[in-house]
Design a protein around this ligand. Structure first.
Ligand SMILES: C[S@@+](CC[C@H](N)C(=O)[O-])C[C@H]1O[C@@H](n2cnc3c(N)ncnc32)[C@H](O)[C@@H]1O
Length: 346
């Protein structure tokens, strides 16, 4: 929950503290990366989008990697596509089957693609992350929030922890409790449709297979770093929750936390969650309420994210299609968050 830290007048010092930390952190980061403040370092990706522009994401592994393993610190993260993962992938719009193809090299690395020749589709894989959306395909409020999250990704964890604390919510307790409600069983395939920086990773059972999709390459980059720190494994995808690159009936649990309030098309995102869930699967959605968003609008810096730029938050109860089972809606944390869960019928 929460797109950023919430701080009101009595807590103005915390807001200032966050902003100062953010500025110091950002300057330090920029100096380390030898780049201008505010811009992510980019290396040549060699990827050209369908509109002719160059695109791609830099997950920070840099040059000197070879094969399909990227050496990061003391351990390796596999950047090759697992066979089980390939089996559940499809193109996000046509739902066409995809094959893995290696074609040339970029920065000395073999360049892999997911392709469907019949439909003329080609999705690059960068640092193990398939790119299922190009920047020019992201429109409306999704584009606005993609830019915001890309920019703020390095500070997201700090801001969300402090923000929740100020709201009287322990992030650790919230995430632990939230993950428990997903009722994950050993071996389950679990999908988060806006995984962000992977803040749920420490709370997931070790024996589940975790898949995370997000619209922001900046957030995925932080998530990859966290995976390394925690020695956690997950498969990540750059894409839009409204067009999931997975075949029907692929997951045992599908959830979404903290993003859906401002998705361009909430109804489509919910239908996609249902489509990719297996029959009987639990689907859970949670986000902040209007009460929290209004408070955020008073915070210098953060207010620019919200003011005049968003629609009012209406929990999407009425968007759950008829026929779903065990539909449950609750408001939590003193009306600061809404929680919606249901099951796809068997
Ligand atoms: C407040 S963050 C929540 C991240 C994470 N779920 C958490 O609990 O910390 C919202 C996330 O939603 C992602 N997002 C926004 N719109 C999206 C969309 N249409 N499809 C996929 N991800 C989206 C953002 O990039 C961001 O990472």
């Amino acid at each position: 929950m929460g797109h950023a830290a919430k701080v009101e007048c009595p807590f103005w010092f915390l807001d200032t503290y966050c902003l100062v930390l953010a500025v110091i952190g950002k300057r330090g980061y920029a100096m380390r990366q030898n780049t201008v403040s505010g811009a992510w370092p980019r290396r040549a990706t060699g990827l050209t989008g369908s509109d002719g522009s160059e695109y791609g994401i830099d997950l920070g592994f840099g040059n000197g990697e070879s094969g399909n393993r990227a050496s990061i610190g003391s351990r390796n993260i596999t950047t090759s596509m697992r066979t089980e993962t390939l089996a559940i992938l499809c193109s996000p719009r046509e739902h066409a089957a995809l094959e893995l193809e290696t074609n040339g090299t970029v920065n000395g690395e073999a360049q892999q693609f997911l392709v469907n020749h019949q439909h003329g589709l080609k999705f690059p894989i960068q640092d193990g992350i398939p790119l299922f959306v190009e920047p020019h395909q992201i429109t409306g409020i999704n584009n606005r929030f993609r830019k915001i999250y890309d920019r703020w990704a390095p500070f997201y964890d700090l801001l969300s922890r402090v923000g929740l604390y100020v709201l009287g919510v322990s992030e650790l307790k919230l995430r632990k409790k939230f993950i428990e409600t997903l009722e994950i069983n050993p071996g389950d395939r679990v999908l988060a449709t806006s995984v962000g920086t992977g803040s749920d990773l420490p709370f997931l059972p070790h024996d589940c297979n975790y898949y995370g999709l997000d619209l922001s390459s900046g957030m995925l980059k932080v998530c990859r770093k966290k995976m390394r720190k925690l020695d956690a494994s997950a498969e990540l995808f750059l894409g839009q929750a409204e067009h999931l690159p997975f075949k029907n009936d692929s997951f045992d649990v599908v959830y979404q936390m903290g993003g859906i309030n401002f998705f361009s098309d909430q109804e489509r995102a919910i239908h996609e969650m249902i489509r990719v869930a297996r029959n009987g699967s639990k689907i859970v959605i949670m986000d902040e309420t209007e009460k929290v968003a209004r408070t955020l609008e008073h915070i210098p810096g953060i207010n620019a994210w919200f003011r005049h730029q968003r629609r009012p938050i209406i929990p999407p109860k009425t968007l759950i299609p008829a026929g779903m089972e065990q539909v449950m809606y609750q408001e939590l944390y003193n009306g600061q968050a809404w929680y919606l869960s249901f099951r796809k019928p068997l």
